[in-house]
Design a protein around this ligand. Structure first.
Ligand code: BES
Ligand code: ZN
Length: 457
């Protein structure tokens, strides 16, 4: 193992140069104009996998963006790791708010800034380099490995579930490893044992056939730009509780021991608030901030559009209004059931003065695991090797829908070991990855494979 770690230390600078190339490809899965870039990024991923010594590296076509698969199966009798990550990224707007261009990775104060630096190309790349170090130094890995890197995570993984169901045998493994989450805080590595689920919708209201003169018609018809916010505001009360009937029916309450664990974590609420630039925090009464984000469901408006928003003034009653809304879910809420409850609630809540169309966009189930499984313990030892510190256990508020699919379809436990940071600016301008964490993450990943090999051997 030491020769592998030495190799990683020696190649530190090269890794940053190579990652810069990976980050230069604008693989924005949500924007059709970038479809060719997404494919080019899939090809780059495949070629890199071949370069580092993985076998069978190939694109798997889907009706959407390609999945990239590769494997190394030269350790008969040893456990098999299925590594999952994504090579697609979020859009970059508002691009004017980036300090340096989003696809020209730039290092400032020990952090590499670019779209995808943390979410998730940087963290995927860290595993590529860990594999490379083992294969270049020893000609073998201590475990068998399968890599499944998708290009549609940021748009809901519509084609991945189907691929997994159709390739159960090809993907059979003992454990799934994912690095697509932040660590608890700078200097406090963590293992994530829970993620929230998601149910995402678009709501369209129409009041009249076309926009109207607000003098001639104002007062005679309902205004969708006013009705929509009224509906949205009714979805959550002033104590932060979601008012959709039945919304909390399946919510698994936080256990008292879990709440005590959260309370023991070094969380500085004042600093959190100041970093966010929020005058005051807001959330469900009766829960702490960490409990709200990790262990409680929420309803949020993600975007709103209606009427005249240009320069100057225009006297108009808009014909339509649109909102994107989503709910973050916790165990044991089910996105399908929540979608039904939400449709019923909307039907009941919206006035008859407007036509309402509800469109379901995507969803994912919440996930939680037991952290005394031997693979999670192995990850704890690997993190200690890479970061010189024992990790804490945390939950996260974000979603990785495929995690529950792995658990259900393949029946294998997932280990989530991420090296991002809470201030990594994922999905926002100036996304970044700390290079110390990147490097520690390569060492920890390389150790993780050996630790997992030892679980069985
Ligand atoms: N890396 C995130 C998931 C994540 C975020 C995990 C924060 C832990 C903490 C992932 O790439 C992501 O953004 N997922 C989407 C899923 C959605 C598009 C279905 C999310 O959470 O919004
Ligand atoms: Zn993301």
């Amino acid at each position: 193992m030491n020769n592998v770690i030495d190799f990683i230390h020696v190649h530190r600078d090269r890794y940053v140069d190579e990652l810069t190339q990976y980050l230069a490809i604008p693989s924005i899965s949500a924007l059709p104009a970038h479809a060719a870039d997404v494919r080019r990024c899939a090809e780059w991923t495949r070629d890199e996998m071949t370069r580092i010594g993985l076998q069978q590296a190939r694109l798997e076509e889907t009706p959407g963006h390609p999945i990239v698969y590769a494997e190394w199966m030269g350790a008969p009798g040893a456990p098999t790791i299925l590594f999952y990550g994504h090579y697609d990224v979020q859009p970059v707007d508002p691009v004017a708010l980036w300090t340096s261009p989003p696809f020209e990775a730039t290092v400032r104060d020990g952090e590499i800034y670019a779209r995808g630096a943390a979410d998730d190309k940087g963290q995927v790349f860290m595993h590529f380099k860990a594999v490379e170090a083992h294969l270049k130094q020893n000609g073998r890995l201590p475990v068998n490995m399968k890599f499944l890197i998708e290009g549609e995570e940021e748009v809901g993984s519509a084609n991945l579930d189907h691929y997994i169901q159709a390739h159960r045998e090809q993907l059979a493994a003992d454990v799934v490893v994912i690095s697509d989450s932040p660590m608890f805080d700078r200097g406090i590595p963590s293992i994530c044992y829970g993620l929230r689920g998601l149910a995402y919708f678009q709501i369209d209201l129409r009041g009249t056939r076309s926009d109207l003169h607000s003098g001639s018609f104002g007062g005679a018809v309902a205004n969708p730009a006013m009705v929509l916010p009224q509906i949205l505001a009714a979805a959550k009360d002033r104590s932060g509780r979601v008012r959709i009937d039945g919304f909390y029916d399946d919510v698994l309450e936080l256990r008292p021991e879990e709440r005590a664990e959260f309370a023991r974590l070094p969380f500085n609420e004042k600093k959190y608030r100041q970093d966010l630039g929020a005058p005051k925090l807001f959330g469900e009464t009766g829960y702490t901030t960490l409990e709200r984000v990790w262990g409680r469901p929420t309803f949020e408006v993600n975007g709103l559009l209606s009427g005249f928003t240009g320069e100057g003034a225009k006297t108009v009653i808009p014909a339509v209004a649109m909102a994107k809304v989503s709910m973050r879910l916790v165990p044991n809420q089910d996105p399908e059931k929540i979608a039904t409850l939400f449709a019923e609630w909307l039907d009941k809540t919206a006035p008859k003065t407007v036509e309402v169309t509800l469109t379901k966009m995507h969803g994912g189930k919440p996930w939680m695991t037991d952290f005394d499984n031997p693979y999670v313990q192995a990850a704890g030892r690997a993190i200690r090797a890479g970061f010189g510190q024992t990790p804490v256990y945390n939950r996260e508020g974000g979603s990785i829908p495929v995690v529950s699919t792995f658990q259900q379809e393949l029946g294998v436990p997932c280990v989530l070991f991420g090296v991002g940071l809470p201030d990594e600016n994922a999905h926002a301008p100036d996304e970044k990855l700390d290079l110390g964490n990147f490097h520690g993450g390569i060492v920890a990943s390389a150790c993780l494979y050996s630790e997992i090999a030892a679980v069985r051997g």
